[in-house]
Design a protein around this ligand. Sequence first.
Ligand code: ZN
Ligand code: ZN
Length: 235
Amino acid sequence: MHKIVITDRVAEKGDRNSVGGFPILAKHQAHPHCKICDAQMALFLQFDLKPEFDLSFLENSHFLAFMCPNHNDIPTVAEDFLDSAAVIPDRYWEQEEGHFTLILNPPNIEEKIGECDPFIQAKQLDFVKAEETIEDWGDPEAGISLIVGSEQGFKIGGTPSWFNYDCQANCSCGAKMKFIGQIPTDFGFTQIPNAPKQPDEFSSAEYYFLLGNQVYIMGCSSQCHEMAAIAICDN
Ligand SMILES: [Zn+2]
Ligand SMILES: [Zn+2]
């Protein structure tokens, strides 16, 4: 497991690991726009899946998380993934209301660098290796297991620190959904001064992702599509 640390260093054009900053997209990808209001989405977070993270994805894949600056709400379709018997629809990422976008691009593709995000302060990320303990918070008498990692903070890899449930579902392609990382509860992303205040939040200094819930990000382990990823909220 690696803790994600937001540094004081400004993220410049070409920096691949940042909050805010310059989105690194595949050459064919447009910057995401909100399906509800058509606003250009804010780049909250992007990072490479470095080999040392020891994840279940192609090494050096690139992850990006965007959300509409006007629509701060939780996902809907991701709840289906909490029911291991649920049939996950094809192209489930298009079934969401469309106020946020997760992208996991494979490595060694042609890329392009977008404009600097105008909402969230562009800062480079550091990754600090750390240990966590793994516990079973389930109910053994009921035959329920809930495997939980002890690190509840901002992290990549390791074991999700589930609160109430976990995700055992498969992607619509049949491959297992695997953990990428998590954003902790009430985690503020420092906004650029004079950027509009985020609706539904008390702070005019920070933006929150998916209403400030604890967010667990999972991706299709066969990376069947660049958008085959989900965000599960809990609090
Ligand atoms: Zn919107
Ligand atoms: Zn898949």
